[in-house]
Design a binder for this molecule. Structure first.
Ligand SMILES: *[C@@H]1O[C@H](CO)[C@@H](O)[C@H](O)[C@H]1NC(C)=O
Length: 298
């Protein structure tokens, strides 16, 4: 068995290297289970190996890393609480010992005594957002963690874009503000609003997802989130563009059918409209299929 000071020293050493300490069965028994302890440990039991195909584990892990890093780099950081993770493929004995049969599971091991009922995080009810985990930790310990996410520039960018469009319109028509009575201008503004809302900009604003995800092992960047539970900022921009292209195709088709331009131009508009609708709609469907696994149709 280890002395308390040895344990704290060891944990501080690991915590200085990575915010979430990876534990196997041996480390878990010595540093989390065995007394004496004067520190809390939050443990994520998970299964991150690709062959386990646990999509939720990956998402929960990302949030957990955000939480642990927010604590690790905050000015309030102390040796009162540590963040650890046990992967099923590195510590299956721990899973058996804890009688654990689902992943991911978050548990708090208090500095004194055994974990109580409320020390197991209610994941199905509360979700795995870092803010929710922080609230739970504040309940179970006296440690308050302010979650800090990587900055998100999508909101200001979109607002800037809208203001630029409106400013441009006003500038072009500065001598004659009749455009305020122009149905096309209002239709265009309404369309922008719909595209912004249906592509998930509001969701970005509320949840603050990362712009894209870079796989630390392969260096590959993915712009589309692999599940229907979440989306990256880049993804919402892609969806916005595709929706806009489909709409443009529809408008072109409509104009081709109703305007009194010469027939040649209308034919070109018609073909371009069909092309835009067909290609961008099928690309939208491809994104949907990539996110919604098990969609049965080609
Ligand atoms: C726990 O005990 C160790 C060793 O006595 C000490 O260094 C550490 O500061 C203590 N931690 C807390 C949170 O009191």
């Amino acid at each position: 068995s280890m002395l308390l000071s040895e344990k704290v020293g060891q944990l501080m050493d690991w915590a200085s290297k990575r915010a979430v300490i990876r534990m196997n069965g041996d480390k878990f028994r010595r540093l989390v289970k065995a007394p004496p302890r004067n520190y809390s440990v939050v443990v994520m039991f998970t299964a991150l190996q690709p062959q386990r195909q646990c999509v939720v584990c990956k998402q929960a892990d990302e949030e957990y890393q955000i939480l642990a890093n927010s604590w690790r780099y905050s000015s309030a950081f102390t040796n009162k609480i540590f963040f650890a993770a046990v992967d099923f493929d590195e510590g299956s004995d721990v899973f058996h010992m804890m009688n654990m049969n689902s992943a991911p599971t978050f548990m708090h091991f208090p500095s004194k005594g055994k974990p109580k009922r409320a020390d197991t995080y209610d994941l199905p009810v509360r979700g795995f957002a870092a803010e929710q985990l922080a609230r739970w930790i504040a309940d179970r310990t006296d440690v308050v963690i302010r979650v800090i996410r990587p900055p998100n520039y999508a909101g200001p960018l979109m607002l800037g874009f809208l203001l630029a469009v409106i400013g441009g319109l006003v500038y072009l028509r500065r001598n004659n503000l009749d455009f305020l009575y122009n149905r096309n201008a209002w239709a265009f503004a309404a369309l922008c609003f719909v595209l912004i809302m249906t592509s998930g900009q509001m969701w970005n604003h509320i949840r603050g997802p990362p712009y894209a995800h870079k796989n630390p092992n392969t260096g590959q960047v993915s712009y589309i989130h692999g599940s229907s539970q979440a989306q990256f900022v880049a993804e919402t921009h892609i969806v916005l563009l595709f929706n806009a292209a489909v709409t443009l195709g529809m408008v072109l088709l409509h104009e081709a059918a109703t305007s009194d331009m010469e027939i040649g131009k209308r034919k070109i508009m018609c073909v371009a409209g069909i092309g835009l609708v067909v290609f961008f709609y099928s690309w939208l469907l491809s994104i949907f299929k990539a996110k919604y696994h098990g969609y049965p149709y080609r």
